[in-house]
Design a binder for this molecule. Structure first.
Ligand code: 7TS
Length: 420
């Protein structure tokens, strides 16, 4: 096989000094495991949190805790203000036309489930089709499969090449008058492929079909512009964006949010209630029943401030350099196969090693201080497609260094010595 060489990006990257300075913002990274410095390379699963985000949560509970949208007292008013401010920050982060198009959820999974349960159940019926791709996370497969089962619709799957790139001709041929939704991942968590979502959205729109983009892996690594993409829905998770767990975002075009029924019912999502009849609040309130994750939402706002001060494009460019460096190095290790060799890739390196199960690789790497993910990455159909049951996966953040990559490669050589 010809060695994979990734092209350089044009965007200004981060300098090694800057990375070391930024790295110091993350207290968890300075620890040792098994007497070795921690090398954290499971950033696609969740990212570590900078001290400012941790402090924001502590400060909130120490000085500001009060529920949102209800109290008439100072604490509640302040919380409501900070909460709403984050909605504006999220809207600005992804360039939504209005903050009212931003719905807070528990994460990407809940955001997709929200669309499936409301849009899906209302607008998808017997004989209709939903298109997804062969490289989706389970979060963007199972909800649609359930809608299909319930409504008598059919799930169509865009095939993927051996490199991990979607077959756009097959996709175009799949779009027809029965297609009611396309749901596609922006960046694959298992392969690292960056999908040409803009092209895919344009083709769907030419047939009048709305598109949901799973942005769980893109928001942490690139500047996203939902208006430029013209996607109808966009979902992501706070915890992969250097923010807390328990909070995520669904962006939806206002025309869809207005047409969709509510997701859950209860407090906060209503306009008026009598025993005879309830009228619902306008979006986003309509989709946010009950007390939200206030501290987490506010701290997500802090994470967004932190990232924007660095610049997501620069972070992405730096991560791409790390990926290129790691890709070059790992191919020198005998027995390694890279799973996912698309031309357009984000900082995710999935691989197998001849003679060693990915779980063994993960366990041995852990003893060397290197934290990676091993398994099917909640993407079992991708594993089936590539004829493996699992892969080992290193995923990079802007706080990782070339030394981290060197530690990864050295640890893989340890596995090789043991098994081969
Ligand atoms: N979509 C993609 C592309 C993902 O990578 C993930 C999580 C999800 C959806 C679900 O996000 P959640 O925050 O709602 O759980 N991916 C991973 C991963 O790669 N390893 O652990 C979680």
């Amino acid at each position: 096989m010809t060695p994979l060489v990734l092209e350089r990006t044009q965007v200004q990257s981060l300098s090694p000094e800057e990375v070391l300075r930024l790295r110091a913002d993350f207290p968890v990274l300075s620890q040792q495991v098994y007497g070795k410095p921690l090398v954290y390379l499971d950033n696609a699963a969740t990212t570590q949190k900078p001290q400012v985000v941790i402090d924001r949560i502590t400060d909130y509970y120490a000085h500001e805790n009060g529920t949102v949208r209800r109290g008439v007292y100072k604490l509640s008013e302040q919380s409501t203000q900070a909460f709403d401010e984050t909605r504006r920050k999220v809207a600005q982060l992804i360039n939504a036309a209005s903050a009212s198009e931003i719905i807070f959820t528990r994460g990407t999974t809940e955001a997709i489930n929200l669309v499936a349960a409301t849009f899906g159940r209302t607008f998808i019926g017997a004989g209709d089709e939903i298109i997804i791709s062969a490289i989706e996370h389970h979060a963007n497969i199972v909800p649609w499969q359930q809608v299909c089962l319930e409504r008598g619709a059919t799930l169509r799957v865009i095939p993927v090449s051996d490199a991990g790139e979607l077959d756009l001709d097959a996709y175009e041929a799949m779009l027809n008058e029965r297609t009611k939704l396309v749901a596609v991942v922006h960046i694959s968590n298992a392969l690292g492929t960056i999908n040409p979502v803009k092209t895919m959205i344009d083709r769907a729109h030419a047939m009048g079909v709305p598109v949901l983009v799973d942005g769980a892996q893109s928001t942490p690594h690139m500047a996203v512009d939902v208006q430029a993409l013209d996607c109808d829905f966009f979902a992501f998770s706070g915890h992969k964006l250097y923010g807390p767990t328990g909070v995520g975002v669904l962006y939806g075009k206002m025309k869809h949010l207005e047409a969709m029924p509510p997701y859950q019912f209860g407090g906060d999502m209503i306009h008026t209630v009598t025993f005879e009849k309830t009228t619902f609040a306008k979006p986003p309130g309509k989709f946010e029943a009950g007390t939200p994750a206030i501290a987490e939402v506010i701290a997500l706002g802090t994470a967004i401030d932190y990232l924007q001060a660095i610049g997501l494009e620069r972070m992405g460019a730096y991560e791409h350099e790390l990926l290129a460096y790691a890709t070059e190095g790992i191919q020198e290790i005998p027995g390694v196969s890279i799973i996912g060799t698309a031309k357009e890739k984000a900082g995710i390196l999935s691989f197998t090693l001849k003679g060693a199960h990915p779980h063994d690789i993960g366990t041995i790497l852990d003893r060397e201080g290197v934290a990676i993910r091993a398994g099917h990455h909640c993407a079992q159909p991708i594993m089936d497609r590539f004829g493996v049951s699992a892969t080992a996966r290193a995923s990079f953040s802007f706080y990782n260094t070339r030394q981290d990559v060197d530690a990864l490669l050295a640890a893989i050589r340890v596995v090789n010595d043991l098994f081969n």
